[in-house]
Ligand binder design. Structure first.
Ligand code: BGC
Length: 967
């Protein structure tokens, strides 16, 4: 099996919907489902990110307004006919071979077929299609025809079709979907065009299409909403002939656009030939994969991981960053949930923030731009700050439908899911994750987080000695009210309340980062108070999903085994899922997904709830038994929360999450669009759960817990402006090839990794090979090899192995298997230069703290020891063991003894061939007990661990330093 290919053999009309969704091609600006260009059982769909329209429909006697991501004119139609035979239609054709193949690495969809017409002529057809990742307005399809046993004229008909509507989801078919109106068509210099306008949002959409064929068009058929042209291609037996259709899709929402029609025409006119378009497109994908790569070992697993990354990046790419678009729950791949933006970004953005921070910033900006609407919603509901809608679309107003159809009963029912206020918590969580990943909190991000915090603080109302949040829904959509209650909503959803406590802590930190935004100290004080007194209920030794949950009935799970949508089935039976201890998806357990065990414990304790041992595992086991997994998000969360306690079960959930779309585990839903949250969630799970990558304020921690089936895991990430390569196996995790559990941006851990380039050059010279020769052996371009030789970067694992093979060495060696060797053992440069550093520069260099060395005359002779130091009020501070050799030898505790010692810090950067060292000289003393509390705030952690409680301070009497260039 190929880890980069998704292939379908044979034509299966019944499976087309699923195949179309999974073979969607997109570039983050627009996407087109993988519908055939010629079939009858096709559900074509082309969607532009952020292009919505509202329309009224009458259902169950009520007028409802829905906003949809609009299905735009279909650019695909292209069919052909052999002499005296009808147009090719796969459903009715005598197919000798038929195969679809999606190349996940390069974003190319290929269809290959052989067709025998009724007269026995056999024609081979090969189609390649792309939606350009390089030029975000362009798409193209190249068709190669080969007459195998005949020669003659082939008619080829191509169309731009505006007669489309939102008809992709069966249960919405009672609702109107005819969003396009005012169609128009025409041609200009052999380029056909079609325009239409969305009914309510009045967005003009334009398609322009160019056909490159051996002959000029023979005829043109123009209708108001369709334009088709026919070419006649002279086929000579065995000789391929190529017809290429290149289109541009534009809208009046685009940047730098006068009008959509002229823009489409201009884009398509200057579009290069297919081969060049393809070359630019694949190069753009190569660039994306360089950052997005995630190697898991094993082609089966790799293929699904690639599929998930591929569809994520097709929906959210660097082109999206500037578009004012959010995370549509079902991608740009279908019409389920109408292209709305829910809380699913919670599962998607943490992965993006560590690779494509600009995309994730663009997604936060989508939310920030809708702050006025969210503020208004909060005000209307009687709250402060900003209340984001459960479903968001064009302008950020609440788009949740007021009625939904239960397909099991055929009844339209009231929908209260807008009460899922927790969507705001997801946005704030992403702001914080982005801050931790990038180290930057732009003022507008701070504003977003603070306004959400204000809203939740005002939703918390004092009852007795607790604050309560009433009348909401948690992520579990089965509980939208108390059984029999007239008013919807439940009280004190544990997920909402605990995450509110978390948010209020973050809001206090954000207020310190952006003090101008919180001028009144009374506000953080209030947040502090609420954050200590929010109510959380408990029953049977577990956290209660909400107040009153304990009183619900147990469901007969045996009877409903395997039913994922209990809400629908019970309603069809005249019952109500609200009556039962049954969850659609993880709700309380979301807490263990977003917070570490320590964080959750700390928050509960801060709220005044003593956390008894076993509370968390008990809570996990309790809800696990009572969840039907009616959302694909559920498997992701359960795989996560079980990762430590039950690895086999965690793996089963992970496998289910991986198969959500490729196997359509929710039975028919993928055809309506992929589940982007589950796709992103599986990727995030690999990095933050199995790899145990935790973002902290002062660095990142790696605590891998690889499931047995996952031999290795490796990925590049971007952390605070640096590109890092992380890999782990069952033994250890490494950052840029160096074993590491804690990485603090910019400290000494990086120093040895950059000489990969030098090792390659050295080994190449040793073997007497040219760069080109090594590149051929390692199956990589000489350009990339040159890049690796010259830049501090590490190739992906596969490439590294090939390179090691080509150089007849091992990956260990290449990555500094010389870990056990001192740095700088390679040859020196010819002309190193030394620069004397001033005192100020020296202080600046050592200010961040880290590992330094103290040198002194010990009782056994001159001694040098490494210590982990911090700077505190101009002095060096470190910890050692009281009465230990350093303490005794230096007599640091004795008054009047003033033994001068040396302290040195250095950095050797072998990649850039430079380094520096700073030498401090001065007396070392115990920090007096009365000053210890203050000094300990510098947070000096002894490098060697153990009981090192004695604080030593070196007073800087003399500071000197050198910088070396051309090491
Ligand atoms: C889930 C929600 C999710 C939505 C969109 C629903 O089925 O319950 O949590 O946000 O789908 O993916």
């Amino acid at each position: 099996m190929n880890a980069w290919t998704l292939a379908y053999e044979g034509f299966d009309p019944g499976g087309e919907g699923l195949r179309e969704a999974l073979c969607t091609l997109g570039n983050g600006r627009f996407a087109t489902r993988g519908a055939t260009p010629d079939g009858e059982t096709r559900t074509p769909g082309t969607y532009v990110a952020g292009c919505y329209d509202r329309i009224d429909s009458v259902v169950a006697g009520r007028t409802v307004t829905n906003e949809d991501m609009v299905n735009l004119p279909d650019w695909l139609p292209l069919t052909f006919a052999t002499p005296d035979c009808g147009w090719f239609v796969p459903e009715r054709a005598d197919l000798l071979a038929y195969r679809h193949e999606l190349d996940l690495r390069h974003g190319v969809l290929t269809r290959q077929l052989r067709w025998r017409d009724p007269t026995g002529r056999i024609t081979a057809v090969s189609q390649r299609r792309l939606v350009s990742m390089a030029e975000p307005y362009l798409a193209a399809m190249e068709t190669t025809f080969t007459a195998e046993n005949w020669s003659g004229r082939l008619r080829v008909r191509s169309m731009l079709d505006g007669r489309v509507a939102n008809r992709g989801v069966v249960r919405y078919r009672d609702l109107r979907g005819d969003h396009l109106t005012c169609h128009d068509t025409g041609t200009q210099d052999d380029i056909a065009w079609l325009t239409a306008i969305t009914r309510c949002s009045r967005i003009t959409v334009a398609l322009a299409g160019r056909i490159d064929a051996p002959q000029k068009p023979a005829s043109l058929q123009r209708e108001a909403d369709r334009i088709a042209c026919e070419h006649v291609v002279e086929l000579a037996q065995g000789r391929p002939a190529v017809v290429t259709k290149t289109v541009a899709l534009t809208t009046s929402r685009d940047h730098a656009c006068h009008d959509a029609r002229s823009a489409a025409l201009r884009h398509v006119r200057r579009a290069p030939p297919f081969v060049d378009l393809l070359a630019r497109h694949t190069a753009a994908w190569e660039r994306l994969w360089r950052c997005a790569r995630l190697d898991v070992g094993g082609p089966d697993l790799s293929r699904i991981v690639h599929l998930h990354i591929f569809h994520l990046l097709q929906t959210l790419s660097p082109h999206t960053a500037d578009l004012d678009a959010g995370v549509p729950a079902r991608g740009l791949h279908g019409e389920a949930y109408r292209g709305h933006v829910f809380w699913d970004e919670l599962f998607v953005q943490p992965w993006l923030s560590l690779r494509f921070p600009e995309i994730s910033l663009g997604l936060l900006r989508y939310r920030w731009r809708r702050l006025p609407e969210a503020r208004d919603a909060a005000r209307e509901a009687g709250y402060d700050g900003a209340m984001f809608p459960w479903q968001s679309g064009s302008d950020g107003r609440e788009e949740t439908q007021i009625l939904h159809l239960n397909p099991a009963s055929g009844r339209w029912l009231p929908d209260h899911s807008h009460l899922q206020r927790h969507v705001g918590l997801a946005i704030a969580y992403n702001v914080w994750q982005h801050y931790l990943a990038t180290g930057s909190m732009p003022p507008w991000c701070a504003e977003l987080l603070l306004d959400i915090a204000r809203c939740f603080a005002s939703m918390a109302v004092r009852h007795g000695d607790r604050y309560e949040i009433r009348g909401v829904m948690g992520p579990d959509e089965y509980h939208d009210r108390y059984p029999g209650a007239a008013v919807p909503g439940i009280d004190n959803n544990a997920y909402t309340n605990v995450m509110t406590a978390w948010l209020l802590l973050r809001a206090r930190e954000t207020a310190r980062l952006a003090p101008d935004l919180v001028p009144d100290q009374a506000e953080p004080d209030r947040w502090d108070e609420i954050g200590r007194r929010l109510r959380v209920d408990f029953h049977d030794g577990v956290i209660s999903q909400f107040s009153g949950y304990a009183g619900l009935r147990e469901l007969d799970w045996h009877r409903y085994r395997g039913v994922r949508r209990l809400d629908r089935v019970l309603e069809a039976e005249g019952d109500d899922v609200n009556r039962y201890k049954a969850s659609k998806q993880a709700d309380t357990l979301m807490l263990c997904y977003l917070l570490t065990g320590e964080e959750l414990t700390a928050i509960l304790e801060r709220l005044g709830y003593p956390v008894e041992p076993g509370l968390i595992p008990r809570t996990v086991a309790y809800y696990l038994k009572r969840t039907s997994h009616g959302s694909t998000l559920s498997a992701v969360v359960h795989a996560w929360v079980l990762a430590r306690a039950n690895r086999a079960q965690s793996w089963r959930f992970f496998t289910e999450a991986l198969h959500s779309d490729i196997r359509d585990v929710q039975g028919g839903t993928t055809a309506e669009g992929v589940h982007l949250g589950a796709m992103g969630g599986t990727l995030d799970l690999l990095q933050r759960c199995y790899l145990g990558l935790e973002l902290l304020r002062d660095g990142l921690r790696l605590d891998p817990l690889l499931p047995g089936r996952l031999g290795v895991l490796s990925m590049p990430i971007r952390f605070r402006g640096r590109q890092l390569f992380i890999d782990a196996d069952h033994r250890e995790a490494r950052v840029n090839g160096v074993a590491c559990r804690f990485y603090r941006g910019g400290d000494a851990i990086m120093t040895r990794t950059g000489d990969l380039g030098r090792r390659i050059i050295h080994q190449r010279a040793h073997l007497g090979l040219t760069r080109e020769e090594v590149a051929v052996r390692a199956d990589m371009s000489p350009g990339y090899l040159k890049y690796l030789e010259e830049h501090a970067d590490v190739p992906d694992t596969g490439a590294l192995y090939r390179l090691a093979d080509a150089l007849r060495t091992t990956t260990e060696e290449l990555l500094g298997g010389g870990r056990e060797r001192p740095p700088g053992h390679g040859p020196a440069m010819a002309n190193p230069t030394l620069e004397i550093l001033g005192e100020e520069e020296c202080l600046r260099l050592i200010a961040p703290g880290g590992i330094g060395r103290v040198a002194f005359n010990g009782s056994h002779g001159p001694t040098v020891l490494p210590v982990n130091y911090k700077m505190h009020e101009g002095a060096i501070v470190f910890r050692t063991a009281a009465g230990g050799s350093m303490d005794n030898d230096l007599r640091t505790g004795l008054d009047g003894v003033d033994i001068k010692i040396a302290f040195e810090v250095d950095l050797i950067d072998e990649t850039n061939r430079e380094g520096w060292s700073v030498l401090v000289q001065g007396p070392a003393h115990h920090v007096p007990p009365e000053e210890v509390p203050e000094v300990s705030s510098a947070d000096v952690t002894p490098w060697a661990g153990g009981d090192r409680q004695l604080y030593i301070r070196i007073t800087c009497r003399q500071i000197t330093g050198r910088r070396i260039h051309g090491l």
